[in-house]
Design a protein around this ligand. Structure first.
Ligand SMILES: Nc1ncnc2c1ncn2[C@@H]1O[C@H](COP(=O)(O)OP(=O)(O)OP(=O)(O)O)[C@@H](O)[C@H]1O
Ligand SMILES: [Mg+2]
Length: 593
């Protein structure tokens, strides 16, 4: 993605609010007008009140008796001075307000699009990208659109207009002095050109180092238990120190470069000021310039610094803008991989038949496949157990039913429809799932269970929790269903977490229920109770069950045994035992041990 393309894409966001932008530009131009006329009242006080110059402008504006009365004229000039100051301050406040409102709106839009894209991106994308990095993009880089408006577009335009305005007034007063004053521009331009690359590079390094440090802190905070369990606090502290030191060095370097540039620009404009005052005073001695006009020049020299700094900030921001904007559009435009077809079909209610036809699948095209030619057929209402050693591919099989990933070859179909032809939402709405690592949100227990079906009643929640053998322990908690769960359910035992996740899936009441080792952390007696509740709950539903405790799966209508990504055997518990091969080996081994 080229820099210009990034800017163009950002512009598309800005143009959504073209009316606000035009209003902002118009108000800003008025603001510039006030800046340009600011030194005039002082000029008139010096030349026309204190001195005896005559001004065609004042003569045209005021009656001659008024001009002749110096006290009245002084009062007029002072009032004009105050009026200009007040108007200019009011306009600045208005401009500030308009800028903030517009740019916040833009940042909001970009953040919303970014988050919504993140939610659509497949799990393959999320397992490749670090959360810390995505957070930095979401919290930091989306501000590029703010910078585009508040630090580039607006300041550049107003600066250029105000420079032109001041130059016009100066030329009208004294051409030589105007040219001398504006000599400062190319000098500052050269300085900026010299500093642009180092300023950009050091700023980018500062961002990167900051990102690395926050990613490290974020990872450490979420693995504090492991750090403490292995007593590796000092090691992690050392790592943080290195990150902090690198960030601090990058920060110092970036600020040193920009400080040098700022000081150099100050020296250049200070030098220009001295030169202009010297030459101006000399020409004033010659009578070619009034003292009041000299004051206009002096006023403009300090006023020049504003637009010039804004312009140089605009240029240096523009340099980092495309780099940071690229980080946003990289995500916004990344391929969704698991894509919904334009003409995707919406499932209403399913009967729950599932079929795999010659399915091959892997997580990474550059690596070997994880599943090879997997085929099986499940009739609506069947209970299917998927068994096999760890790493055999059981979780991978079920993640293809919900279409978390797409197959490499072969077809996964639900109710006879290829899942690739179905609307993702309608497919997943028809599936209840307990994932292998039961994730809970930092909300109340009730809200966690309701996640499966936000419209459920209190009774339905309690019913699902009872079936999942969770009601009793929830009920005993001081705040019951309103108990807040800490991040990732850390305040609960492993088995409690799993039972809440089961209740959440039960409450959804979808025609297909998938349970991936739902009771691995639950004792055998409670597990047996959950499975007996499941028998009645799952009537008419298709159930996929994965468990390493094979005794719990005996009653399944069909057992699919997977070994190294291939279906090794299929059949009922009895038929597979009778066969005396792979499954029988697994089962006997468990029973002996
Ligand atoms: N997100 C992923 N990215 C890359 N490879 C993965 C990913 N998830 C699983 N794998 C790999 O796919 C293979 C099958 O994993 P899978 O999780 O399906 O096994 P499983 O049978 O569910 O094992 P377990 O009983 O331990 O849960 C493994 O070799 C694993 O390393
Ligand atoms: Mg698994």
């Amino acid at each position: 993605m080229k820099s210009l393309q990034v800017i163009e894409k950002l512009f598309r966001y800005v143009l959504r609010y073209r009316l606000q932008l035009i209003l902002l530009l118009v108000v800003s131009l008025f603001g510039v007008g006030f800046e340009v006329i600011k030194p005039f009242p002082l000029k008139f006080i010096i030349d026309n009140v204190l001195g005896n110059h005559s001004s065609p402008f004042l003569n045209g504006l005021l009656p001659s008796e008024f001009i002749a009365d110096k006290k009245k004229l002084l009062l007029f000039c002072i009032s004009a001075m105050i009026l200009i100051l007040v108007c200019s301050a009011a306009l600045s406040a208005w401009i500030f307000n308009l800028t903030i409102t517009l740019s916040q709106r833009l940042v909001y839009d970009l953040s919303i699009d970014f988050f919504s894209k993140l939610q659509r991106l497949s799990l393959a994308f999320h397992s490749k990208n670090k959360i810390g990095d995505l957070l930095n993009r979401m919290n930091g880089d989306v501000f590029v659109v703010y910078f585009l408006v508040a630090q580039i577009l607006l300041p550049s335009l107003t600066s250029i207009v105000s420079l032109i305005g001041m130059f016009y007034v100066m030329v009208k007063i004294d051409v030589l002095l105007a040219v001398l004053t504006f000599c400062v521009l190319p000098l500052l331009g050269f300085t900026l050109a010299f500093f642009a690359k180092p300023m950009n590079d050091t700023t980018m390094t500062q961002y990167i180092k900051h990102g690395e440090m926050s990613a490290f802190v974020q990872q450490s905070l979420s693995s504090m238990k492991v750090i403490q369990a292995f007593a590796r606090e000092a090691f992690m502290q050392g790592k943080l120190n290195t990150h902090a030191e690198e960030f601090s060095n990058a920060y110092k370097k970036a600020n040193k470069v920009s400080m040098t540039y700022n000081q150099l620009s100050l020296v250049i404009s200070g030098f220009t000021a001295a030169l202009v005052i010297g030459v101006g005073a000399y020409r004033s001695l010659d009578g070619r310039l009034s003292v009041g006009d000299l004051f206009i020049f002096v006023g403009y020299i300090s006023a020049l610094y504003g637009p010039i700094t804004s312009l140089s900030t605009a240029i240096s921001t523009a340099i980092t803008l495309s780099a940071r904007g690229k980080r946003i559009f990289e995500i916004l435009e990344s391929d969704e991989v698991v894509k919904e077809k334009q003409s995707a079909i919406r499932f209403q209610s399913l009967t729950g038949g599932v079929e795999f036809k010659d399915v091959s699948f892997g997580y990474n095209k550059s690596e070997d496949a994880v599943l090879y030619n997997v085929s099986f057929k499940v009739k609506p209402g069947e209970i299917v157990a998927i068994v096999g050693p760890t790493g055999a591919g059981k979780s991978s099989v079920i993640s293809l039913i919900t279409r978390f990933y797409d197959t490499w070859n072969g077809i996964v179909s639900v109710d006879g429809m290829n899942v690739k032809d179905v609307e993702l939402h309608s497919l997943r709405n028809n599936i209840s799932i307990v994932l292998q690592d039961a994730f809970l949100f930092p909300m109340t227990i009730k809200e966690n269970i309701l996640f499966g079906n936000p419209d459920a009643t209190e009774e339905q929640i309690a019913e699902a929790a009872k079936a999942a053998q969770a009601h009793e322990f929830i009920h005993k908690m001081p705040e019951g269903y309103d108990t807040m769960i800490t991040e990732n359910g850390a305040s609960l035992s492993g088995g409690q977490r799993q039972r809440i996740a089961i209740a959440r899936a039960f409450l959804k009441k979808a025609p297909i229920l998938i349970l991936d080792e739902p009771t691995s952390a639950v004792d055998a007696l409670t597990e047996a109770k959950i499975f007996s509740a499941l028998q009645s709950y799952a009537k008419g539903k298709t159930v996929f069950l994965i468990s390493h405790r094979l005794s719990t799966l005996k009653h399944a209508d069909q057992i699919i045994a997977i070994k190294d990504g291939r279906v090794e055997e299929k059949g009922t518990h009895e038929s597979l035992l009778a066969k005396g091969a792979f499954y029988a080996g697994l089962y006997k081994h468990q029973h002996i041990s």
